[in-house]
Ligand binder design. Structure first.
Ligand SMILES: Cc1cc2nc3c(=O)[nH]c(=O)nc-3n(C[C@H](O)[C@H](O)[C@H](O)COP(=O)(O)OP(=O)(O)OC[C@H]3O[C@@H](n4cnc5c(N)ncnc54)[C@H](O)[C@@H]3O)c2cc1C
Length: 393
């Protein structure tokens, strides 16, 4: 097989890149190791920055998002029994975020790609095994599909295969630098068939640890609890989960947490990670293949989108003009935004979670930080501006 851009990974980054390239008249092939049902069911992100919504709209992938996405104009911070609402449009000149699950974006992009007879091939159950000669003019992706080993020769390879993929490990160790932080806690996440108990997301900082009340739709709640890294989810009965959530969300005045059947439970370790540069020869890394953020700032999916927008623009520029200028600048352009998201995600994580060895002094600093956001329009605007997303470069 031969194509212009070989895309490894059919997550949000790979699928959106394929759509953007197809619309720019550039052929590509997407290789996804899992089957379609698995990819469409994998529960992950749910908060879309304004820029992400704009990109999905511009590439014709927002029909259901426009109908079913929930626009949120604020988030609530809870600490010490207090509740403080951060007004997103008020602090950012009118910007907001949209709640629409990553599973739904993936379903929409897959359906669009498969419905178009001229659309780029999307192979499920196609596991990339190796990227050969990434720094040559014709890199080759070796992959296994339907029990056979095959090769895909490309002009460019896009490594959109997530944190555990092969793309980032293809780059020789002496050509990269990695930056990493592992946090001493994880998120126990639950999906529950119960209408959310709040109109907007609640981020709670409690002496017992962090809790987040999010949602997937007007009928489905998504909730998270900070737990130790070695947590066994079997130790958490539904009743224990609801009791702990109610304790951490407790606030002075009238408020009650609605309980309902829990339909899925997951454990997510918290990590910050960046691999630099995001390019090696004709291999370009995008999304989780190049960087990870802890989910507290809701930035992972949004960063994957901004990476592939930058990459698609650079490939289209090369296609039209033959110039490699934008491709040469790809890594530096993306990393500026990546590090801002890393900084914000770290800030949100460190401000809202309690480390097992946290001192009373650090407790007081966290509360002072939250009090500052609650009382200073400047501090509140700084949070809002980052939460709705910095401009795409
Ligand atoms: C458990 C969890 C919870 C999360 N929660 C949030 C959240 O609340 N908010 C938020 O903003 N972000 C969250 N994230 C992060 C967000 O989901 C990711 O940033 C986003 O999925 C990145 O998209 P991606 O396409 O780069 O990578 P992925 O979604 O990981 O997609 C990579 C794809 O590549 C495929 N693949 C891997 N290896 C190969 C191979 N060798 N050959 C072919 N295909 C391959 C995989 O099957 C996968 O489909 C979460 C992530 C995880 C893991």
């Amino acid at each position: 097989m031969r194509t212009t851009v070989g895309i490894i990974g059919g997550g949000p980054a790979g699928l959106l890149l394929a759509r953007l390239l197809h619309r720019a008249g550039i052929d590509c092939v997407v290789l996804e190791s899992r089957d379609r049902a698995y990819v469409e069911r994998r529960q992950r992100a749910g908060i879309l920055e304004q820029g992400t919504v704009d990109v999905l709209r511009a590439c014709g992938a927002s029909e259901r998002l426009d109908r079913e996405g929930l626009t949120h104009h604020g988030i609530e911070l809870r600490f010490e029994g207090r509740a403080h609402r951060v007004d997103l449009p008020g602090a950012t000149g009118g910007k907001s975020v949209t709640v629409y699950a990553q599973t739904e974006i993936v379903k929409d992009l897959i359906a669009l790609q498969l419905a178009d007879p001229a659309g780029p091939p999307l192979l499920f159950g196609a596991e990339a095994l190796a990227i050969e000669k990434p720094d040559s003019a014709a890199p080759v992706v070796r992959f296994r599909h339907e029990g056979r080993e095959q090769t895909l020769t490309c002009d460019f390879v896009a490594g959109c295969d997530g944190f555990h993929g092969i793309a980032r490990r293809t780059v020789p160790a002496d050509r990269i630098r990695t930056f990493e932080r592992a946090y001493p806690y994880s998120w126990l996440g639950v999906l529950a068939d119960v209408p959310p108990s709040c109109k907007e997301l609640i981020y709670a900082r409690h002496q017992r640890g962090f809790a987040l009340h999010s949602m997937r739709s007007p009928r489905v709640s998504r909730l998270y609890l900070q737990v130790p890294n070695d947590t066994d989810t079997a130790d958490w009965s539904d009743e224990r989960i609801w009791d702990e959530l109610a304790t951490r969300f407790a606030v002075d005045g009238e408020w009650a947490l609605e309980r309902g059947p829990i339909t899925a439970t997951s454990l997510t370790p918290m990590r910050s990670f960046v691999q630099e540069p995001m390019r090696h020869g004709r291999l370009f890394l995008a999304g989780d293949a190049a960087h990870i953020v802890p989910p507290t700032g809701a930035k992972g999916l949004n960063l994957a989108v901004s990476d592939v927008v930058t990459l698609a623009r650079a490939l289209a520029h090369h296609h039209q003009t033959g110039s490699t200028e934008l491709l040469d600048g790809y890594s530096a352009t993306c990393l500026r935004r990546v590090w801002q998201a890393e900084r914000f995600s770290y800030f949100m994580t460190e401000t809202l979670h309690r480390r097992p060895d946290q001192s009373p002094f650090e407790d007081r600093l966290q509360l002072a930080q939250l009090d500052r956001i609650a009382t200073s329009p400047t501090a509140s605007a700084e949070l809002a501006e980052n939460y709705v997303g910095l401009p795409l470069s």
